[in-house]
Design a protein around this ligand. Structure first.
Ligand SMILES: [Zn+2]
Length: 351
């Protein structure tokens, strides 16, 4: 079964990898694309939800002057100024989702910021420890060696870890905002009219949450369920050690939502067919697991690198470099761990 795209404009923009128009996607809900620089995803949707005379956002987009302008001018065209933003609910801590939060707080310090407790903890860790935010890796762990990466490629992995601590300062997270709402599974956002509840969907990050408006069956799915791409599982600092199991359980969890649900993802385009898409994602991971089992039989080198080398990658394993190589290894490690296989480095990121 295929998913049903709900917006020709959004689908075309995604196919052409250009910014779509700001679009009304529900009663008092708008999708605002915020550009991501030099990234094949091109944009993150920030969703604006009317809240009395103000507005609440779900995700804020990547940081930067151009991004800030894109978001604020879209809000302005909808009749909302910076001071009208009551709060921002964040699906997960990645930069393309929280990047603009400091700029929004600067303009409106009274605004609340809502996020799952586990992702707040992850951010606190980035702020206080030298953990790289792009890779989520503790620099004391020698990833390259423990994953069995050949010596001539060590620098590709190590160069990623040099930027550690940098992200936290880019995000100006010298301190957390005053008004933080710590979300748990089932928490309601403080919005007048129309309840929006958070569902904890660990996997892509350990604190990933989606938001559900039951009145009209809207699902703000963040990166948990996307229409055409598979969210990376295994990159989160909170661990490859349970990310795939969590992710598969989180896909089950959204299976309780009605098939009529309109899915409003952070990337791509809005669609209906949540259950079919969730089944495709589950099938994808099971295929991956089967590939890994086959590769294990085929080679005596059971390092993460060697296993990854034998898997199918859309651009080919040899074309994976730097961050993409790292992401592929992390994803392989998460799948191997799910199968109960040794992935090296002891309990990598086991916190
Ligand atoms: Zn994202």
């Amino acid at each position: 079964m295929a998913i049903e795209a709900l917006s020709p404009g959004q689908s075309t923009a995604w196919k052409d990898r250009v910014l779509p128009e700001v679009e009304s996607v529900g009663e008092g809900v708008w999708a605002i694309p915020v550009p991501i620089p030099d990234n094949p995803l091109v944009y993150t949707y920030s969703y604006a939800i009317a809240d009395g005379s103000g507005v609440v956002l779900i995700d804020a987009g990547w940081d930067g002057a151009e991004q800030h302008r894109a978001l604020t001018s879209a809000l302005d065209s909808l009749g909302f100024g910076a001071r009208d933003i009551r709060g921002v609910a964040i699906t997960h801590y990645h930069r393309d989702h929280i990047g603009l939060v400091p700029a929004l707080l600067n303009a409106n310090p009274d605004m609340w910021v809502a996020m799952h407790g586990e992702d707040i903890r992850a951010l606190e860790r980035f702020r206080t420890e030298a953990v790289d935010m792009g890779t989520g890796v503790d620099p004391t762990v020698d990833i390259a060696r423990s994953y069995g990466v050949p010596r001539e490629r060590w620098t590709e992995i190590e160069s990623l870890l040099l930027g550690r601590g940098k992200m936290a300062s880019v995000l100006q997270l010298d301190r957390m905002p005053e008004n933080v709402l710590v979300l748990d599974d089932g928490s309601a956002l403080p919005i007048d009219g129309g309840t929006i509840r958070a569902l904890w969907t660990p996997g892509h990050t350990y604190g990933h949450s989606v938001f559900v408006r039951d009145d009209d069956d809207l699902l703000f799915s963040g990166d948990h369920v996307l229409p055409t791409i598979t969210p990376n599982i295994g990159l989160d600092s909170a661990a490859i050690t349970h990310s795939l199991g969590d992710y598969l359980r989180s896909l089950d969890k959204i299976g309780t939502l009605t098939p009529e649900t309109s899915v409003l993802p952070a990337h791509g385009f809005r669609f209906r067919g949540l259950h079919d898409r969730a089944r495709e994602l589950v099938a994808h991971h099971h295929e991956r697991l089967a590939e890994i089992r086959a590769r294990m039989e085929e080679t005596g080198d059971h390092s993460v690198y060697s296993i990854a080398q034998g898997l199918h990658w859309s651009r080919g394993f040899d074309e994976l470099h730097h961050f993409n190589l790292f992401a592929a290894l992390a994803e392989t490690a998460a799948h191997m761990h799910y199968l109960g296989l040794e992935v090296g480095a002891g309990a990598l990121g086991a916190k």
